[in-house]
Design a protein around this ligand. Structure first.
Ligand code: CP
Ligand code: NVA
Length: 300
């Protein structure tokens, strides 16, 4: 099985992944080994930088009794123009699975189409499904469930937003998004969300955040948008999780950030530090949830 985007998973499959992740987390904390992927090798192709995704997948494979290869696209022939369809067929002869972080969603889809092993999306410009599975795991841990909770995302309508909308709606949460005009999430995803749950998108931060149980933000300029960073700082001013936003949210609201964070831009330092427990649980859960994804993808 592949994990190319969250739309491909049913709510039941998401819950199965979260349940396995909880179990694997409990076992790891209690020193119980679980070599469910003994002898398996994951290739990890990176066209963009990464701290959490790279380290958590590598440690995850080790925990599961397998191994992981870090493959920078700078060093692979794919970085010199070797077609994805050839790379996919070659790597399928050596590896048991591929995790890829790149720009275009189509590259990930093509890798899955032409290869014969599971492909996992470790972030594209379009989506970040592994991150959102970790986010859902963390929300469930901290809130005890999903129903009745309002998830509010403030900032750029980017890869994170696209996956959060899909994950939040699939789990039955109300989802609100606040972003500047012209920086909305994917139109098809918004249409799907409005048809399948309670979803709103506005340019008014306080309106979106009112009564929120979970507040989420991400960088104003994503990887690949470095040349727009200065212009975006002006456009996104005010699209920030800060004390004023916390005042209109539920008083027990949790704060989440996929990281890396830019203090003083999308989140203030004081809010980040006050909610560090939730934010670093979220980062830790990347490891546990990805192990669950690896087991599911390698065995189904
Ligand atoms: N959140 C996330 O994907 O982090 P990295 O870019 O460090 O992998
Ligand atoms: N939107 C960010 C997420 C990083 C995890 C980016 O694509 O750079």
């Amino acid at each position: 099985m592949h994990l190319l985007k969250l739309q491909d998973l049913s709510p039941k499959q998401i819950v199965e992944i979260l349940n396995t992740a909880d179990q694997l987390k409990f076992e790891k904390k209690n020193g119980i080994t679980h070599h469910l992927l003994k002898g398996k090798t994951l290739g990890m192709i990176f066209t963009k930088s990464s701290t959490r995704t790279r380290v958590s997948f590598e440690v995850g494979m080790y925990d599961l009794g397998g191994s992981a290869l870090f493959l920078s696209s700078r060093d692979l022939q794919i970085g010199r123009g070797e077609p994805v369809e050839d790379t996919a067929r070659v790597l399928s002869r050596y590896l048991d699975g591929i995790m890829i972080r790149t720009f275009e969603q189509k590259e990930v889809e093509d890798l899955a189409k032409y290869g014969s092993i599971p492909v996992i999306n470790g972030l594209t410009d379009y989506c970040h499904p592994c991150q959102v599975l970790a986010d859902l795991m963390t929300i469930r841990e901290h809130k005890g469930g999903f129903t009745g909770n309002k998830l509010c995302y403030i900032g750029d309508g980017n890869n994170m937003t696209n996956s959060l909308i899909v994950g939040g709606i699939k789990m039955g949460m109300e989802v609100s998004v606040a972003c500047p005009k012209g920086y909305e999430p994917d139109a098809e995803i918004m249409k799907w969300a409005a048809e399948n749950g309670k979803f709103t998108c506005t340019d008014n931060v306080l309106e979106a955040a009112t009564g929120a149980d979970v507040l989420y933000t991400d960088v104003w300029a994503s990887m690949g948008q470095e040349s727009e960073a200065e212009e975006r700082k002006k456009i996104f001013t005010g699209y920030q999780i800060n004390a004023n936003v916390m005042k209109v949210a539920n008083e027990k609201a949790m704060v989440m950030h996929c990281l890396p964070a830019h203090r003083g831009e999308e989140i203030t330092a004081d809010v980040l530090e006050a909610h560090a427990n939730e934010i670093f649980d979220e980062a830790e859960n990347r490891l546990h949830v990805q192990k669950a994804v690896l087991v599911k993808c390698f065995t189904e």
